[in-house]
Design a protein around this ligand. Structure first.
Ligand code: SF4
Length: 98
């Protein structure tokens, strides 16, 4: 049997323009963070319809920012993350360069 792993939650996302965002919460099942030059949220999308599941709060599925001190083997180990505008409209604000 495979042990389940608790993933870091998106504790807050202030990017109201995203289809997954409702009242400061991300409702995607999981998000992906990372670009070559900053901690971009790749799950961010502008669409007319709402996305995700109302009863879920998103978790960090994967993160490509290997230079973040919370990152190990391209997985996030922070207690939780916040998403908002930084280099881009939707970035991981918890990113902390080693
Ligand atoms: S805190 Fe660091 S490792 Fe976690 S999602 Fe943000 S950039 Fe990635």
């Amino acid at each position: 049997m495979t042990a389940s792993m608790e993933r870091p939650r998106v504790q807050e996302c202030v990017v109201a323009a995203c289809a997954y965002n409702r009242t400061g919460d991300c409702h995607a099942f999981a998000i992906t963070i990372g670009s070559s030059d900053h901690a971009h949220c790749h799950t961010f999308i502008r669409m007319p319809e709402s996305g995700g599941v109302d009863t879920l709060v998103a978790q960090v599925g994967a993160c490509q920012r290997a230079d973040c001190r919370h990152n190990s083997r391209l997985e996030c180990h922070a207690p939780g993350i916040r998403v908002g505008p930084d280099n881009d409209l939707a970035d991981c604000m918890t990113y902390d360069r080693r």
